[in-house]
Design a protein around this ligand. Sequence first.
Ligand SMILES: *Cc1c(COP(=O)(O)O)cnc(C)c1O
Length: 422
Amino acid sequence: MSAKTFPLTKPELEELTRSYPTPFYLYDEGAIRQNAERIIRAFSRFPAFKKYFAVKALPNPFILKILAREGFGADCSSYPELILADMAGMKGEDVMFTSNETPLREYEAARDLGVIINLDDFTHIDFIEKHIGIPEIISCRYNPGPLKEGNAIIGKPEEAKYGFTREQLFRGFCLLRDRGAKRFALHTMVASNELNPEYHIETARLLFELAAAIKKETGISLEFVNLGGGVGIPYRPEQEALDYEYLAGGIQRAYEEIVVPAGLDPLGIRTEWGRVVTGPYGWLVARAIHRKSIYREYIGLDASMADLMRPALYGAYHHITVAGKEGLPPTETYDVVGGLCENNDKFAIQRKLPKMDPGDLVIIHDAGAHGRAMGFNYNGKLRCGELLLRPDKSVVMIRRAERLDDYLATLDTAALGNFPVS
Ligand SMILES: *Cc1c(COP(=O)(O)O)cnc(C)c1O
């Protein structure tokens, strides 16, 4: 069981909405920091552990600054994400650049910032040599193909567009060494939102065995392996959170069985978790503005899938509570919906909830990762802002809500006035 809590009482939340009208995201800094510390404690058993936060999960530099303070680096996949990490003080080898189909200008930016480049394909070795030069430290992304089962969100590795095959990896590391690289790393990312620790332990085992085979066949000793992201969170109250100590213990056993005998100790262990770092500590807060009764009962919110796309995109479950009605029995069945002209704009379908009324404050849980980040402007929807609850209970706005002028900012309205249409 995972308790679905919210850090403010209903009167506190009502008070907050007087300064910041709904909808908005709220993140709990204290809870994020405590979680970050639990992760670091569990993995401190490894001689060279380092964690990168997957910026795409919550691309806000205030959050990144907090995580940097906790000792996290950043995993970036684009130029703007590199800039966000840089703004938060995450620099050089504290940043990993894992992109795919990477444009040249993004490789140039990665080189200029001195971050660790993680190549997605064998042909990129020639590409970077020609355009930016082979860096001293380089990582390659492995796609295990049929050797590893996939999971629901990310799909089967053999159908995934990412990474090198095993054979390409051996050739690739040799080529990189021959062309001047001095330090090498191996990366994979094969799961998303996976709660089973055995799956992640098996991924570590796979990388350790590969690192041992690379050493045996090429003589190259890897500096670190990056286990990627993909650790799940219990979106449903009946699910259990993954136990970091158990996971780290399982990875440690694989390390002792494979890495130590291969003569690779100390091998760096790195992760680039996103969801599990911030996901449970963020909420989308919206207000019920309409109740509609047709063939089903609907509760209409002032937020839409433009603010939180996961339910519509993946059929994902997000727990919903109503401020001040947490203890009431779930006597009603509602579709809780947003205002997009898309019938899949539903935060919950046929959900059992207490009786709701327009004006109720609706709390959508586990929205601290891949939430606001996936927002969009379809239907002219303006994305909501982000608030941070600090450990002293003060609230800071860390991103304002979009306004009409943001939406229009990419249009040249002067040119429109002079645009001849006959
Ligand atoms: C998405 C992604 C992550 C983070 O995944 P989570 O599920 O949020 O942990 C890490 N690395 C890469 C390469 C990714 O694409």
